[in-house]
Write a protein that binds this ligand. Structure first.
Ligand SMILES: [Zn+2]
Length: 143
């Protein structure tokens, strides 16, 4: 049983091919025969299969963390809290502002326009976020 057997070297690409489901019927039989008689390759196959299995079971690379359901849920929760806190705060500020007789009417008007503009932008961002969750964000974003 030598590990550098030429037959083993020929089998190695079949092992990864089998894990990717890319083998023909004939190649699968060839691999099966070899694994039955060669312990080194059978061990290699098990190791690689375990690695693939770990990836499938959710041990994903770090950049995919943003897409896991729990992270999405917490994002939504935080965003919801932000909206819940922001709306009464803005309404209260507008109310206080409009009741203040020392502020000229034109400042009230331009400030109201600014707040309305910010609110519209905010709603637009919200709609884009919802849309981006379903479709490609680079295709359908409109400003
Ligand atoms: Zn072998």
């Amino acid at each position: 049983m030598t590990q550098r057997d030429p037959a083993c070297r020929a089998i190695e690409p079949l092992i990864s091919g089998a894990l990717d489901n890319e083998l023909t019927q004939q190649q699968r039989q060839q691999l099966h025969l070899h694994l039955g008689s060669c312990e080194a390759c059978a061990n290699l196959y098990r190791e690689l299969a375990e690695q693939r299995g770990a990836v499938k079971l959710g041990m994903l690379p770090p950049e995919s963390d943003a897409e896991t359901p729990s992270v999405r849920l917490w994002n939504r929760f935080g965003f919801g809290l932000l909206v819940l806190g922001l709306i009464p705060l803005v309404l209260y500020a507008i109310y206080q502002f409009s009741q203040d007789a020392t502020i000229p009417w034109w400042i009230k008007l331009t400030t109201a326009a600014t707040i309305l503009g910010l609110l519209l932008l905010f709603i637009n961002v919200l709609r884009q976020r919802l849309k981006a969750a379903k479709t490609d964000p680079y295709k359908k974003v409109k400003l």
